[in-house]
Design a protein around this ligand. Structure first.
Ligand code: PLP
Length: 410
């Protein structure tokens, strides 16, 4: 194994049982980490431990199992608070993922605050989950959705963003790192500008928390969301962080058990934060396992991860640039962990299928960013996205397989 940086990648790979298998007779090369990351043993074991030894519903039980499950569940809230440097635990709300977090903010904050002709700003880089919820609420409230354009490298054009801001701007919702291109947006500057106009800012951190340090207080961000499954933890658990005064003023998103203080047929009073936004029995096992994913990443260290993954990205970028017919899509100055590309005259799906026959898992298509693909004039791209368990040797394997793709399709 070619070595880079100070990560012990061989040891790390031993923590991920799924990586040991063969696909189509070849060692699995998993380059679909932007879609979801694989899970280390410690995360997988935590789920079975919960169901084997302390499965119970949380918060209202007084028996031993319920108390243990509640304590473990709430420890994750603390872990997320530390991960994001949030001021208080009440500001950490458990959701199903980024999609639900954005829908919650759009519906609850947007529903309460948007008036006809108010404006919401998003960018061309957004994932569908940061487009459609805003379209829905804007249509309902008569508000207008404005889009920050990008340049050909896949970077937002900051001056155009500044031009869009005005006294009617109420919400700016922006992706931190593009899942399709890897572009890192200048979110601190975006937030600062929006605040000058009194707008609140939501940051979609789906692709950032696993690669970059995020400090919600330093960013002064109003809402921040991420999904556990892109952070080496299970699917079905995500986070919404919000500023306390905003969350307190927002109406509940869903009604049901847990989110109430008192219910009569005449009137219901709501629970305090964060429970006001956590109706019903939550995803207990996966929430507990999220803490293990966070601990796993924290133990390796975000700085080490960023350095290592950057070298993977640079290596892949330079290797793919050597191919005459390959065009790299997304060449932002600041980008991480995503190598999107197209091959002249070949549908991305064909690339994906041939690479799969070589045991290499990449993602092909529009990556849930159809408006971005339209802007780039593409039906989609082939996307290799990296994690700290990937290696330079795996990139070499993909490049050898790409030669086969070219041979088979030309
Ligand atoms: N935003 C970005 C940038 C993403 O990459 C994704 C998932 O691919 C999402 C939002 C939606 O995340 P989830 O499906 O976990 O809710």
């Amino acid at each position: 194994m070619k070595k880079i940086g100070n990560l012990n990648v061989e040891d790390i790979r031993n923590d991920f049982p799924i990586l040991k298998q063969k696909i189509n007779g070849k060692d699995l090369v998993y380059f679909d980490n932007a879609a979801t990351t694989q899970k280390p043993n410690v995360v997988i074991d935590t789920i079975s431990q919960y169901y084997n030894s302390y499965n119970a519903n949380i918060h209202r039980g007084i028996h031993t199992l319920a108390e243990k499950a509640t304590a473990e569940y709430e420890l994750t809230r603390n872990s997320v608070k530390n991960l994001l440097n949030a001021p208080t635990l009440e500001q950490i709300i458990f959701t199903r993922g980024v999609t639900e977090s954005i829908n919650l903010v759009a519906r609850s904050y947007g529903g309460a605050n948007l008036k006809p002709n108010d404006e919401v700003i998003i960018s061309t880089l957004e994932h569908h989950s940061n487009i459609v919820p805003w379209q829905l609420i804007c249509a309902e409230k008569g508000a207008i959705l404005k889009i920050i354009p990008i340049n050909d490298a896949g970077e937002i054009i900051f001056e155009e963003y500044e031009k869009l801001l005005n006294h009617r701007t109420k919400i700016v919702s922006i992706v931190h790192v593009s899942n399709a291109l890897g572009t890192i947006n200048p979110v601190a500057e975006i937030i600062q500008k929006a605040h000058q106009f009194g707008a609140v800012v939501m940051v979609d951190g789906a692709q950032s928390v696993s690669h970059l340090d995020v400090d919600v207080q330093a960013l002064d961000v109003d809402f921040f969301a991420f999904s556990g499954h892109k952070l080496y933890a299970p699917t079905g658990i995500g986070i919404l962080y919000g500023k306390k005064h905003l969350l307190e003023a927002m109406p509940p998103y869903q009604g049901g058990g847990e989110m109430i203080q008192e219910v009569t047929f005449e009137k219901t009073t709501y629970n305090e934060l964060p429970y006001k936004f956590e109706a019903g029995t939550p995803n207990i096992a996966d929430t507990i396992a999220l803490r293990k994913g966070i601990e796993y990443v924290t133990a390796i260290g975000k700085q080490n991860i960023a350095l290592y993954e950057d070298q993977l990205l640079q290596y892949c970028t330079s290797k793919l640039s050597d191919f005459q017919d390959i065009t790299l899509v997304g060449t932002a100055k600041h980008k991480i962990s995503v190598c999107s590309f197209s091959l002249a005259g070949v549908h991305p799906q064909d690339i994906g299928m041939i690479l799969d026959s070589e045991g290499i898992a990449i993602r092909t298509g529009h990556h849930c960013t159809q408006p971005l693909m339209q802007r780039l004039g593409l039906v989609g791209t082939a996307r290799a996205s990296f994690s700290f368990y990937n290696t330079l040797d795996e990139i070499d394997k993909m490049c050898v397989a790409m030669k086969k793709v070219i041979k088979m399709t030309k």
